[in-house]
Write a protein that binds this ligand. Structure first.
Ligand code: FES
Length: 361
């Protein structure tokens, strides 16, 4: 349900003026890559990598500020008239020509991953600035654990280590259900063959191990003997679905010097019967008032009402959806902690409304 409130003269003026938006419209008519202030990128290469996995090379415009190996970017694409944004990791280290490589897996029901598998060369995508903290600590062995799409930031980190000759030992274990789903196997095996300080194991959960660098089964303590010879302490980096990352944390507990983790699927939400009902949200910039559900993220609840806030990862990592909340209480969807204080950066994708709210939207 929606109630309109009278916009102020200032918001009316902004709505009409909006110079970057107007300029962007005309600039993109001349060249879709041109923009007043938005990072965009053209797809300049596309190749199949493995079953349901494609690698794209993107050429960004001058607004993209670059990335570090291990970081992610938000990619925006329009499909059937609807704009979608999803986060992808760079799967190679930064290149001298400024281009960025991403490796995209098509997941069931995932429109964007599916669309990018066959996107025509020359297409222009919107591009967010890079984010993410994964990095290889210096001066100790590093154990990288990747499952499924979690391999992509590891590929960028491995390639960056390769560029400096693997000054410290790096061991990579890469989980997938079948061999056909493994990406960049030849590239990784070639690196392992050429560098004494790098080794890779492919761990299959749906097929039997055959090659000498293959193991099988979900992550268990028994894998450590093969992955960490002599039980030598290492810095551990883990990336994969939430369940994989948490299991890796358990298995490695007490073995690692440090543990960095990034999950590309969110932890389960904790929602109960007390979260039923609606609350009233006032959107201060647009001057709208809406009633939204309390049992879903504020982002989803607003989208349901036709309001489309900026977003990327939809799981609390990229900060794209963060907006000011001058008043009201929200509840974290994963640990149920309640936040009453005003904030400048409420992440709409992982918070549910607990009471009536005002938002800087
Ligand atoms: S969309 Fe990434 S933090 Fe909310």
């Amino acid at each position: 349900m929606e109630t309109a409130i009278q916009p102020t003269w200032l918001s009316r003026l902004n709505a009409v003026w909006a110079p970057p938006t107007v300029l962007d419209f005309w600039l993109s008519r001349l060249n879709p890559l041109w923009s007043w202030n938005q990072a965009r990128a053209r797809v300049v290469e596309r190749r199949p990598e493995a079953e349901g996995v494609a690698t794209l090379v993107l050429k960004p415009n001058r607004h993209f500020r670059g990335f570090r190996p291990g970081q992610h970017v938000n990619i925006g694409v329009e499909i059937d008239g609807v704009r979608y944004t999803r986060s992808y990791s760079a799967s190679d280290m930064p290149r001298a020509d400024g281009r960025i490589r991403i490796t995209v897996k098509a997941v069931e029901g995932g429109k964007v991953g599916e669309h990018l598998q066959t996107i025509p060369l020359g297409s222009v995508l919107s591009l967010g600035q890079a984010f993410g903290e994964l990095c290889v600590p210096e001066s100790a062995p590093c154990l990288m654990l990747a499952a499924g799409s979690g391999i992509t930031p590891m590929l960028a980190l491995v390639n960056a280590q390769a560029a400096t000759g693997f000054a410290q030992p790096v061991r990579l274990a890469y989980w997938a259900r079948t061999r056909a789903e493994l990406a960049q196997v030849g590239e990784l095996r070639a690196l392992a063959a050429g560098h004494r300080n790098f080794n890779v194991h492919f761990v299959l959960t749906g097929e039997a191990a055959q090659a000498v660098d293959e193991l099988e089964g979900r992550i268990e303590p028994r894998h450590l003997a093969a992955l960490v010879p002599g039980n030598e302490p290492a810095h551990v980096l883990a990336c994969g679905p939430h369940g994989f990352v948490e299991r890796a944390r358990e298995v490695l507990s007490g073995h690692g010097l440090s543990f960095q983790a990034e999950a590309f699927s969110p932890p389960p939400r904790v929602i109960d019967a007390s979260d039923q009902g609606h609350v009233r949200v006032t959107l201060l910039k647009s001057g709208r008032t809406l009633d939204i559900a309390r049992n879903k993220s504020v982002l989803e609840a607003l989208e349901e009402q036709g309001v489309m806030p900026r977003h990327g990862c939809r799981m609390g990592i990229c900060n794209t959806c963060a907006c000011g909340k001058p008043s009201g209480a929200t509840r974290h969807l994963h640990d149920r902690s309640v936040q009453h204080e005003p904030t400048q950066a409420l992440r709409l994708c992982i918070q549910a409304a607990q009471s009536d709210l005002s938002l800087e939207l």
